[in-house]
Design a binder for this molecule. Sequence first.
Ligand code: SF4
Length: 442
Amino acid sequence: MNTASPKVGIVSLGCAKTLVDSERILTRLRAEGYEIASTYQGADVVIVNTCGFLDSARAESLEAIGEAIAENGQVIVTGCLGGDEAAIRALHPTVLAVSGPQKYQAVVEAVHAAVPPPHGPWESLVPPAGLHLTPPHYAYLKIAEGCDKSCSFCIIPALRGRQESRPIAEVLGEAERLAEAGVRELLVIAQDTGAYGSDLGHAPGVWRDKERRADLIGLAEALGELGLWIRMHYVYPYPQLDRLIPLMAEGAILPYIDIPFQHASPKVLRAMRRPANQDGMLERLAEWRRLVPDLTVRSTFIVGFPGETDEDFEHLLQWLEAAELDRVGCFKYENVQGAGANALPDHVPEEVKEERHQRFTEAARQIADRRAAAKVGQVVMAIIDEVDEEGAIGRTTADSPDVDGAVFLEGETELSPGDLIAVEVDAAEDYDLWGHPVGPPQ
Ligand code: SF4
């Protein structure tokens, strides 16, 4: 009798939200007794969790499906691109099954059909905190699916549906299990984190014998009780965001906020169907920094949006200089199949987009470089991500994994991933720092 467990491989493309979906699928399959394969050859079936946001992401997803078919042959497709089954089947007719984002049950059923689950009491194989694709010391905490906004360049609401927040007691229960499993940093994500709970009427839930309101502030206050690093991502610039700042000042959550501003010109923001008061935002940023001097503000922007003139772009550059954002991602506008912005007039030529992208990225780099240089001589807290024979690599409170900078501790080979340590900064360049520990790790 063959007692070997069937093995499932997964290719997870796109953003942190897709990664969390992949973790959920794997947790469920592992509970049923499947093993997770790390190579195409070692897998009985491969799931490709796709991104379909930009046209370039669609192309990357289609390419990844092709690679999985060539390397393994047994391929199940899910995720954002899964919403366009016809496009996938036109190019890859042999895929076993296609499902859209968050269709966990459909993916699991497709895996069952391809490779039946083994029998037995497998639930004990899954740790209480679930399975995670991130290193053991940090985890993404997804608090809602979908989105109720209608930004003209985005098809997430069409792909993922209207916002559905998870009940607050469920979110906090998961956070607590992750803390008990040794996670030291939680990255709070959703399509629109600031809107958390609006679809639930902010219905409270009970956690640790206390009633908690299902909104961003109630969530942040409760998470702050866990004693972890709590990092907020994708917070739309609502007025209530100001109420997070005192929680940062008192150390309940990290002094870090990721606000996708996307642009600064009121005209372009209106065409994007986003809040258009970026001048008021400058005053708010100044006040936040007065209250929390070590605040890090991260953002993303789109340059070359249809109708963006030279004047709009110069306005954006000036705003960026005035805002002095610490961390900035910049994308060149691309059409997204099904997005309203495709039909807008005055699309910007590719070479102009490219030039604006270069100028914007360079301006952002110079600001980051200046702000990093100001940290030389200061003591900052860092979490260690990796240790090798040359030393340790960590991140400060100003750095989210994968998207921000790193702090290098040369020769510190005795540290371990997950250690929290005070670091005196010796040198800085662009987004990265070099330093040495002051005091033992916590
Ligand atoms: S807030 Fe706008 S950009 Fe973000 S997911 Fe919702 S519609 Fe898309």
